[in-house]
Ligand binder design. Sequence first.
Ligand SMILES: Cc1cc2nc3c(=O)[nH]c(=O)nc-3n(C[C@H](O)[C@H](O)[C@H](O)COP(=O)(O)O)c2cc1C
Length: 209
Amino acid sequence: MSLLEKLNWRYATKKFDPAKKLSAEQLDNLLSAVQLSPSSAGLQAYRVLIVEDQETKEKLREAARGQQQLTQASHIFVFAAETNLDEAYVTKYIDSIAATRGIDRGNLALFEQNIKGSVNRMAEDQKIVWDHKQAYIALGVLLSAAADMGIDACPMEGFEAGKFDEILGLKELGLTTSVIAPVGFRADDDIFSHALKVRRPKEELFIHI
Ligand SMILES: Cc1cc2nc3c(=O)[nH]c(=O)nc-3n(C[C@H](O)[C@H](O)[C@H](O)COP(=O)(O)O)c2cc1C
């Protein structure tokens, strides 16, 4: 299948087969794809929780309008934005660039100053919105990578973020839930797997200038 065929094959899975689990290799490949997601300035100001524990999945389902995907899917990816993006976070990131690429720390001073300037100009709530946006890009990468690997997923924002934060102890970790994706394999009788894609026509969606 070509990438376009795979993007047509994927769909927001409404019913997973609970008996089908991701192998350790499949899971690790998905983690690698998410790890490679681009982010603004490369800061990756989010973390991703991978929920496999059934009891936790059940609690999360209650906080997600009872949507069955949460308890049926093999794993739930919970994207969570950093709530304490500060100068120390940026310093650590710049250190990591210097170490990874063998660059003299001094040569990164201007870049560091620019990022810190951007971060400091934002109010706390603006920073969290910015972090949520980056998390959504990672979600997009997950969905495309899963499709490429023949793995099903359902992007979801139909849940109560405050309850998710509580169940997963995110406040203590300086995180808050952005968006989630149960991941696994579609049930044979999920009627949505054959539904045609409904999308805006290209002439309406795209504006060529
Ligand atoms: C950010 C986001 C949130 C979504 N939230 C839910 C959700 O809570 N429950 C659900 O069943 N589908 C959810 N969807 C799935 C969309 O309805 C679906 O992606 C859209 O209708 C397009 O269909 P397709 O993904 O099957 O091609 C969400 C999708 C996105 C991207």
